[in-house]
Design a protein around this ligand. Structure first.
Ligand code: CMP
Length: 138
């Protein structure tokens, strides 16, 4: 599944009403939405998703933030999806995000950075499977 990636529109961007604009940017960049839903994580479930960061100083804050309101997880499809999507969202730190990227437009800080994008094909599969059953991934 090298042509798929996983994303979440994060709580700040959903709460501020930016999900429509963000999805428009994603579709205009050539991504097809394979699966989409709106859910709210518990702090514990957020902790499971971000387990790889469990030793980082920002882990607790990240779990609190990611469970603070509804998010919109999606599986996306496009040639070269993982790399092209990371280009579209821009740097984790919005101060370094390039013009025209989703984070440049909507991220407020390195934590409240509006959107997630998988960093590898392997993680895209793991992260997509975290939110979506196989039958939803058509
Ligand atoms: P994301 O790409 O979803 O992956 C891990 C998340 O942790 C990241 O986006 C940010 O929301 C958050 N994060 C990464 N680095 C920091 C940091 N230095 N301080 C606070 N939050 C961070």
């Amino acid at each position: 599944t090298t042509n798929r990636t996983f994303t979440m529109i994060k709580p700040d961007a959903v709460a501020e009403g930016h999900s429509g604009a963000i999805i428009k940017m994603i579709e205009e960049a050539g991504f097809r939405i394979v699966a989409v839903k709106k859910v709210q994580l518990t702090s514990e479930r957020a902790g499971q998703f971000y387990a790889v960061h469990s030793e980082r100083p920002f882990y607790q804050g990240l779990c609190a933030y990611m469970s603070s309101g509804p998010i919109i997880p999606m599986i996306l499809e496009k040639d070269n999806a993982v790399a092209d999507f990371r280009k579209l969202i821009g740097s984790t730190n919005p101060a370094q995000a390039e013009e025209g990227t989703i984070r440049k437009r909507f991220a407020k800080s390195i934590e409240s950075n509006a959107i997630h994008g998988s960093d590898s094909d392997e993680n895209a599969k793991i992260e997509g499977d975290f939110f979506f059953a196989g039958i939803e991934q058509f």
